[in-house]
Design a protein around this ligand. Structure first.
Ligand SMILES: Cc1cc2nc3c(=O)[nH]c(=O)nc-3n(C[C@H](O)[C@H](O)[C@H](O)COP(=O)(O)OP(=O)(O)OC[C@H]3O[C@@H](n4cnc5c(N)ncnc54)[C@H](O)[C@@H]3O)c2cc1C
Length: 343
């Protein structure tokens, strides 16, 4: 008899969340990571778990909403099983409103959120509070949403690995043998492998650069968002900022003047960051499927093999939902994967 029911390839947030979900349900799990946990996009700094705007609703937006709503229980379960922190907290998010048109749009979205979010969280317009993380807003108003959360990517991966091991799962670094069913959660390398196997482009890596500051005192402050800039306070006294979005690059792991510009923008946006020292600079490749949607389901023409990829910019946000829905299929034969996500 096989010693393992399920092999998961890839030690990023997707693979680890899948391994945890399967181990939690009692499966015998082996996770194989070819380099080190967090070697890909998941080893970064930002950790914003932020919803799409409540408008032009799609199946993908509903999937992300369900995943964000499931996140508190999911990460609490990981912390409980591992005894390790993930840095998860639903700390909310603020966005500035530049003019009357922006306020009117925000009010429309606020009304839409009442139906779409079913009272589980709020998107509303508030007067700008007197708080160091409140962005300057020409209208004196901000959008506040109470769904947005944050977690610490590197702590979350360590806690997921601890939780998998606590339930008897194996984590293998380097070469490992596939046994049982196999889920390929291998990020950009997985998109390349799928492209080769099918002869059709499955997706590509999109480079992102991020940084973190040492800025204690704001551990529970809401995060800040403006197009192209997330500013996320973390529980360890760091404040992460992200991210660039680059479709061409020479070195996927190098940081450069684009990150310097982002750091300067963050310092200009929130004066408390003006003199805060930079702790880390980091770059990685986000796995973006051709559809720009998550890619989840059976690997075409490869019985017993499955794909979990395409997390792109929201891989941490959708990990609980993705793990739940793919493990439902792999272990229990229940298929509720949204049609647009299927390979
Ligand atoms: C700058 C930046 C900022 C981001 N900010 C956020 C954010 O705030 N919120 C959010 O939700 N998302 C964010 N993302 C996106 C998120 O990081 C990704 O969507 C997510 O990490 C993808 O996880 P993954 O596990 O699918 O892939 P990866 O993390 O890339 O993991 C794939 C792993 O598979 C391994 N692997 C490859 N081939 C094999 C093989 N054959 N066998 C075994 N292992 C293999 C790789 O070494 C790698 O460790 C950001 C990304 C970047 C780059």
């Amino acid at each position: 008899m096989a010693r393992v029911d399920l092999t998961v390839r890839g030690g990023g947030v997707t693979g680890l969340a899948l391994a945890w979900e399967a181990a939690r349900r009692g499966a015998r799990v082996r996770l194989i990571e070819r380099f080190r946990l967090g070697a890909g996009a998941s080893g970064g700094l930002v950790g914003a778990l932020a919803p799409h705007a409540p408008e032009q609703w799609t199946e993908a937006k509903q999937f992300q909403l369900e995943s964000l709503l499931a996140a508190p229980a999911f990460w609490a379960g990981v912390e409980q099983a591992s005894g390790l922190p993930t840095g998860f907290a639903r700390t909310h998010r603020w966005q500035a409103l530049a003019d009357a048109a922006a306020v009117a749009l925000a009010e429309t979205r606020a009304r839409a959120s009442e139906t779409l979010w079913r009272g589980r969280a709020r998107w509303h317009v508030i007067p700008r509070p007197d708080h160091a993380f409140a962005p300057v807003s020409p209208t004196g108003l901000l959008i506040e949403d109470t769904l947005t959360a944050r977690l610490h990517p590197r702590l979350a991966l360590a806690a997921l690995a601890g939780a998998v091991r606590a339930r008897g799962g194996e984590i293998v670094l380097g070469d490992g043998q596939d046994e049982g069913r196999v889920i390929h959660a291998t990020g950009v390398a997985g998109l390349e492998a799928l492209s080769r196997a099918t002869g059709q482009p499955a997706g590509q890596g999109v480079k992102g650069q991020a940084a973190s500051f040492h800025c204690p005192g704001f551990e529970t402050a809401p995060q800040f968002y403006a197009p192209g800039l997330h500013i996320v306070p973390h529980a360890d006294g760091s404040v992460a900022i992200g991210s660039t979005s680059e479709t061409t690059w020479t070195d996927p792991e190098a940081t450069d003047a684009r990150l310097d510009a982002l750091i300067a923008r963050a310092r200009a946006t929130l004066p408390i960051l003006a003199n805060a020292p930079v702790l880390h600079r980091w770059a990685g490749l986000r796995p973006r499927a051709r559809s720009r949607l998550p890619l989840i389901g059976p690997w075409p023409d490869r019985p017993g093999h499955y794909l979990a990829n395409g997390g792109f910019k929201i891989g941490f946000g959708i990990a609980p939902g993705l793990a739940h829905c793919l493990i439902d299929l792999v272990l229990e034969g229940r298929d509720a994967i949204p049609i647009p996500f299927r390979p």
